[in-house]
Design a protein around this ligand. Structure first.
Ligand code: FE
Length: 261
């Protein structure tokens, strides 16, 4: 039985929860988030079959599952949105994702949704333009921030101006087994370095992203895998690290493009 979710923020009207221990078996540890404001609810990057059952059980202890308003998908990967057909069927939520992925998401859903339940996947998708947008949840205006090429070509993150949490998707992700806050930045680097070098597209975008994040008032950066960065000093250390990281295309050369023997 999964643990209770971690409360990241709660002021009585606005709540941010993190489910951090739903993955068992072969999957990479991952964090699923729920933002609630004024009885409206957004679920972030709910994942695939691996997390659907424990997450839907965890949520239904908090509210009737049908009442979920939004599902945010930072990008198109299996650990992000693979169980979209179950969420469309069992909730009335609309799915927010990049316009680049909106037309591909129907490939994840089965014909029975339309045939037996009259559910059109495309009608339930809110397609974000490349520049992002604001989405109202209760009295809160959540910012859908551009994070393209970090790592997906059409990639978004959520900034919550009330909790001052940046839900950063794969940015800042670490391959560890828990979601306790990073204590020593230097000791944490080995758990995220290989992932960021390979999955992030280039230093150009990490710099652009870091500059955008510096213009926001952020108290916590919470990635979809591994440990959050809490407080201005730790967030500053991460931003400085990522904007100086050579990654992706920066590291690719002729040796990486040889015809396999
Ligand atoms: Fe991904």
């Amino acid at each position: 039985m999964p643990r209770e979710p971690i409360v990241l923020f709660d002021n009585g009207n606005h709540l941010c929860l993190c489910f951090d221990d739903l993955v068992s078996g072969d999957g990479v540890q991952s964090n699923q988030f729920l933002i609630v404001d004024d009885e409206m609810r957004m679920l972030l990057d709910p994942g695939g079959d691996l997390t659907y059952t424990p997450l839907s059980l965890g949520l239904s202890r908090l509210f009737p599952l049908q009442d979920l308003d939004y599902i945010f998908a930072s990008h198109q990967d299996p650990d992000i949105i693979a169980a979209i057909d179950k969420w469309l069927l069992h909730t009335r939520a609309r799915v927010i994702c990049s316009q680049l992925w909106a037309r591909f998401l129907p490939h994840l859903t089965a014909n029975y949704l339309a045939a037996c339940h009259g559910i059109s996947t495309y009608d339930r998708v809110v397609a974000l333009p490349d520049l992002g947008s604001s989405v109202q949840l209760g009295r809160c205006h959540l910012k859908m921030l551009p994070a393209h090429f970090l790592h997906s070509v059409g990639n978004f993150q959520v900034y919550d101006p009330i909790s001052k949490i940046l839900f950063s998707g794969d940015m800042g992700a670490s391959l560890v087994d828990d979601a306790s806050p990073v204590q020593s930045f230097t000791e944490h680097v080995p758990y995220m370095e290989g992932f960021h070098r390979r999955y992030m597209a280039s230093n150009k975008v990490t710099r652009l992203w870091a500059a955008m994040v510096r213009r926001l008032d952020v108290e916590m950066i919470v990635p979809q895998h591994g440990r959050p960065f809490v407080g201005k000093a730790m967030i500053g250390a991460f931003l400085q690290w990522i904007e100086n990281l050579q990654c992706g295309l920066d590291l690719m050369g002729p040796d990486d493009f040889q015809v396999p023997r």
